[in-house]
Design a protein around this ligand. Structure first.
Ligand SMILES: Cc1ncc(COP(=O)(O)O)c(C=O)c1O
Length: 460
């Protein structure tokens, strides 16, 4: 651990940050004024900033620090692999040992029938790959007209053009037209604010039938794939009920449409199972993953390919697979992922996430906080929806103020949209830390919402 820098050094670094570094998702003028918080270290579920302040990282950085901070064994594996071989590509049949071993390990732990992996550097590339493979699947099977990809409103799939067009959040796409063609969006299973005005279970999960209605409108001969996060993350931790994916699977099968599960957030234990789809009884055709695959220790993503899709890509064995990123199968990232998966399994972290997530949700509900309308999610992927009134469910658009108040009290949470707070800590978070997160959230919500003016503005 390095000594803390002096106030002068900190001020200089902050200035360099404001002068030269473009940060994702900031208002540039505001950032020039205020700058940001620089994180310099972490241990378990806590991180500390450059001034020595400690925080509970209740968001896993970006939904990904599954095994927590300070894992020396991951640093050792990376260093050893860099010394031995920093890079070799997988192009044209070349290989490297960590990529081969990781693909085999993923085949072992993924849902049955997923025996092939294609590696990328992150989640957007994983989705690009899954979408391209879905279209190629139909081309190779003699159905080149099947091109349209149907996604969900509020979905987040990344920022590259295909993944961004698949994304169902307007603000992510704003200013970047023209987008890629042949993408459509339908409402998802947002039960707390059902887009169809229905109530579960009487609705019989009618929202899933919207997929079939969309396929009907577009023509099944034109539809390649349906893409969805098992539980939507950025869109608000929107958690479909039992029966949703079972219906999706049957609809996809009826119309020869592939189902792509975007497990970028849900995968690798976050929801209490190794993969998010394991909460339902059916399995997709392609799985995009990233984030938790290395717990963020190295950038890595993957598209896991089912045997059904593999058979079509292979065709008669004479067609090329013309797709690949320079860093597909980067040996250092793959070596780190292998060790990360070993830790997840050795320490039983998916089961821990299930148990602690249950407790976290129960504790939040037990607060009886009048401004908390719903607590949802699975495992340690949790969403808290803030309302002005539980009866009317009128949104309390104060999530950003709550996030800020919690941060001042040493707990990092994330505001999603106007009125949703997400909690997705490292799976190694302790019960005592969870209790503190809950108490801090409660206090912040009461303080901020208690000061809500009539127009919904937070009064200072
Ligand atoms: C569900 C989901 N898919 C895809 C992505 C994009 O991944 P990346 O930012 O690694 O490109 C994200 C990122 O948050 C995500 O949450």
């Amino acid at each position: 651990v390095r000594a803390l820098p002096t106030p002068d050094e900190i001020a200089r670094l902050r200035q360099l940050d404001r002068d030269h570094l473009l940060h994702p998702n900031v208002v540039l003028g505001e950032f020039e004024e205020a700058g940001g918080t620089v994180i310099v270290g972490g241990e378990g579920a806590t991180v500390r900033d450059i001034e020595g302040r400690e925080y509970i990282d209740a968001i896993g950085a970006l939904w990904l620090a599954n095994v927590g901070y300070g894992r020396r064994e991951l640093a050792d594996v990376a260093a050893a692999q860099m010394r031995q071989l920093p890079f070799w590509s997988l192009f044209y049949g070349w290989g490297n040992e960590p990529a081969i071993r990781l693909a085999a390990e993923l085949a072992r732990i993924a849902p049955a029938g997923f025996r092939h992996a294609f590696f990328t550097s992150g989640g957007s590339e994983a989705n690009e790959t899954s979408i391209k493979f879905a279209r190629l699947y139909h081309v190779r099977r003699g159905n080149p007209g099947k091109r349209i990809v149907i996604g969900l409103q509020r979905a987040y799939h990344g920022v590259s053009y295909g993944a961004m067009t698949a994304t169902g959040l307007e603000r992510v796409r704003e200013g970047y037209a023209p987008l890629v063609g042949a993408f459509e969006h339908i409402p998802g299973a947002y039960c707390y604010r059902c887009p169809f005005g229905k109530t579960y279970p009487e609705c019989q999960v009618d929202c899933a039938d919207e997929l079939e209605r969309a396929i009907g409108r577009l023509g099944a001969e034109n539809v390649a794939a349906f893409i969805a996060e098992p539980i939507q993350g950025v869109g608000g931790v929107i958690t479909p009920p039992a029966g949703y994916y079972e219906k999706v699977r049957a609809i996809c099968d009826r119309h020869d449409v592939l189902w792509i599960a975007d497990e970028v957030i849900c995968g690798f234990g976050r929801t209490g199972r190794l993969f998010g789809v394991e909460h339902w009884t059916v399995r997709p055709d392609l799985i995009s993953c990233a984030k938790g695959i290395t717990s963020g220790y190295m950038p890595l993503g993957a598209s896991l390919v089912s045997d059904k899709v593999y058979a079509a890509l292979r065709g008669d064995g004479h067609q090329p697979l013309n797709h690949g990123f320079t860093y597909s199968g980067h040996p250092v990232a793959c070596a780190v992922a292998l060790e990360n998966i070993r830790i997840l399994q050795r320490e039983g972290l998916p089961a821990r996430a299930a148990e602690l997530g249950e407790s976290l949700r129960a504790q939040i509900l037990a607060l009886g906080n009048p401004y908390i309308g719903e607590v949802r999610g699975k495992g340690l992927l949790v969403g808290v929806e803030l309302v002005r009134d539980r009866g009317s469910r009128e949104p309390a658009d104060v999530a950003a103020a709550v996030e800020l108040a919690c941060r001042r009290d040493g707990v990092i949470l994330r505001a999603l949209g106007g009125n949703i707070i997400s909690i997705s800590p490292p799976l190694v978070i302790t019960p005592a830390q969870i209790t503190r997160v809950v108490a801090t959230l409660d206090q912040a919500v009461r303080a901020v919402c208690g000061g809500l003016g009539r127009e919904g503005q937070v009064t200072p």
